[in-house]
Design a protein around this ligand. Structure first.
Ligand code: MG
Length: 203
């Protein structure tokens, strides 16, 4: 399986990183080896002093597809979930400044947290979901999927031009504002509509 991610999909997060608003979706992949096994703690890697959390709504692809039109995209996923796209921001900034690929800053072991999935029918409208991340009991990120620059179905249309989607692939749909650094002993809890979807301890 592959993990497809969209960057810069929420205006308020683009602003906080002082990035330009993209004309087309910014897509990158994380390898499956980056998935932190369920219930394992996240260890801050030795190569970074600035690992950031990015909470994101996920969708799971349920069948093979290529050149999927957005109007048919809803047929290609039936589960929605929540995850964290951990990012070694210092490493990413260094590589970005040189115009180099910054994949390792997001694809390292443990950098992908995949929480629970539920059938998408659980929610009336996937493009109107409140989601949040708490760090040590304090809300640090809050967003609503209605703030996405590219909606889920548009992301699927876009990425499927380049990548054949396969059953089990997971799409990270972007993070809202509020990203920040993790420290040892932090506890992160992610919620959709107030319900816990993920929990991870930082070591
Ligand atoms: Mg992200």
């Amino acid at each position: 399986m592959k993990i497809l991610c969209i960057g810069r999909n929420y205006t308020n997060h683009i602003k906080e990183l002082q990035n330009e608003k993209p004309e087309e979706p910014v897509i990158f992949l994380k390898p499956d080896s980056s998935i932190l096994p369920k219930n394992n703690p996240f260890f801050i890697p030795s190569f970074s002093d600035d690992v950031h959390y990015e909470v994101e709504v996920l969708v799971k692809i349920n069948k093979v597809g290529k050149y999927i039109e957005s109007k048919f995209a809803h047929k290609y996923y039936d589960e929605v979930g929540l995850g964290i796209d951990f990012t070694a921001r210092d490493l990413q900034s260094k590589l970005k400044a040189k115009g180099l690929p910054w994949e390792i800053a997001k694809g390292f072991d443990g950098a992908t947290i995949i929480g629970n999935f539920v059938p998408k029918e659980k929610f009336e409208n996937l493009q109107d979901l409140n989601f949040s991340l708490e760090k040590n009991g304090e809300t640090v990120q809050e967003g609503n999927t209605n703030q996405m620059l590219w909606k889920i179905d548009e992301i699927i249309e876009y990425v499927s031009q380049f990548y054949t989607l396969k059953k089990g692939d997971i799409i990270f749909t972007g993070t809202p504002a509020g990203v920040g650094k993790v420290s040892e002993n932090d506890e992160l809890i992610g919620k959709i509509e107030g319900e816990e979807f993920l929990k991870v301890r930082v070591k």
